[in-house]
Design a protein around this ligand. Structure first.
Ligand code: ADP
Length: 194
């Protein structure tokens, strides 16, 4: 049970966890845990730019030239280059400073602004990595609660084009943590598991 992929339905949108590589997902959009420069980096950011090719960085440069650095908690959308997904939504999660610097609000915003952008672009499906829990140091168990709560709250508040939301977790431990957080958050919010 601990390690099982979990699925819940909110307002006709399916929300689930899988273990895998986000660059291989076939959802219409994948989300990048970017940094404010939008110039690429390590972790999932590096993997997305490597797999998608130079078209993504080209568009990121144009965005930064137009509007400047991307503040924490905000999101922008670009082409996906060579990826199977059509779009990459770049968002910036907070760096963990102990929890007293608005980290949970900023992480909530990163998820919800990404979903808002997907809905504005009438997208039907979107995959998220575990934002902020790598180099940015957010503890996974706390991030998983915030992430699942943020997505469920957003999907409950509005009916959108989005029919499928997937948390794509790279390693077994993060996958298990998000799967149990999704079950807990769903139970707390009175949702049925699939
Ligand atoms: P941040 O800077 O927001 O902390 P990182 O990229 O350092 O972002 O890490 C975020 C999470 O993404 C980590 O759990 C890391 O294991 C995971 N990750 C790294 N590569 C991939 C990938 N190809 N697909 C999905 N998740 C990945």
């Amino acid at each position: 049970m601990e390690n099982q992929a979990t699925e819940v339905t909110i307002n006709q949108t399916k929300l689930r966890t899988i273990q895998g590589d986000i660059t291989q997902q076939t959802t219409e959009a994948i989300v990048n845990a970017a940094n404010s420069s939008l110039m690429g980096g390590g972790g999932v950011d590096g993997a997305i730019h490597r797999a998608g090719g130079p078209a993504i960085l080209e568009e990121c440069k144009q965005i930064v030239a137009r509007r400047g650095r991307l503040p924490t908690g905000e999101a922008v959308i670009t082409t996906s280059g060579n990826l199977k997904a059509k779009y990459v939504i770049h968002t910036v999660g907070p760096v963990w400073h102990g929890g007293g610097k608005g980290e949970s609000e900023l992480l909530t915003s990163a998820y919800q602004e990404s979903l808002k952008l997907a809905a504005e672009n009438k997208l039907s499906s979107i995959s998220f990595p575990s934002i902020s829990t790598g180099v940015y140091g957010y503890p996974v168990s706390q991030a998983a609660k915030v992430a699942t709560g943020a997505v469920i709250t957003f999907l409950r508040q509005s009916t959108t084009s989005i029919k499928e939301v997937v948390f794509v977790l790279f390693d077994a431990k993060t996958f298990a943590t998000y799967s149990s957080a999704l079950r807990e958050t769903a139970a707390k919010m009175g949702l049925n598991l699939a």
